[in-house]
Design a binder for this molecule. Sequence first.
Ligand SMILES: Cc1cc2nc3c(=O)[nH]c(=O)nc-3n(C[C@H](O)[C@H](O)[C@H](O)COP(=O)(O)O)c2cc1C
Length: 142
Amino acid sequence: MKNVVIIYWSGTGNTENMATGVMEGVKSEGANVKLISVQEAKVDDVLKADAVALGCPSMGSEQLEESEMEPFIESISDAIEGKDTALFGSYGWGNGEWMTDWQERMESYGARVIEDGLIVNNEPDEEGIEKCKDLGKLLAKV
Ligand SMILES: Cc1cc2nc3c(=O)[nH]c(=O)nc-3n(C[C@H](O)[C@H](O)[C@H](O)COP(=O)(O)O)c2cc1C
């Protein structure tokens, strides 16, 4: 059975809600899923997984959250190579630039990003959660 890990950072819960949606999608395809905040995550969690979902909102000025997510992403630059990877996150007022930059970065590490990073404005509504579930389903199937 496929093992999927979902690792996220969330300050006010919007990206956390997205992560829960991704988890539900993965589960609905019958795969094993581990949902963890980046504070608890280790490089080993990525190494052991068949597929990885990473979530982080747009912070700073179109950047990843700098104290926990940024160093974690740096730390998995080798571990993520060749892994099926899904990216997601919430944003406020920007144009999604943090996500396109992040996707390019993960691809430069050799991650197999399964589709363009999923972005949702502020708190995900029902449609946003459905998109998260679909992303989880896709990640469980690829
Ligand atoms: C310090 C800080 C910086 C932010 N910078 C951006 C930004 O550059 N672009 C943007 O679109 N939203 C920005 N936002 C808005 C967040 O991305 C948005 O509130 C998001 O929903 C937070 O997700 P979370 O609930 O998972 O923490 C920023 C928010 C904070 C608190």
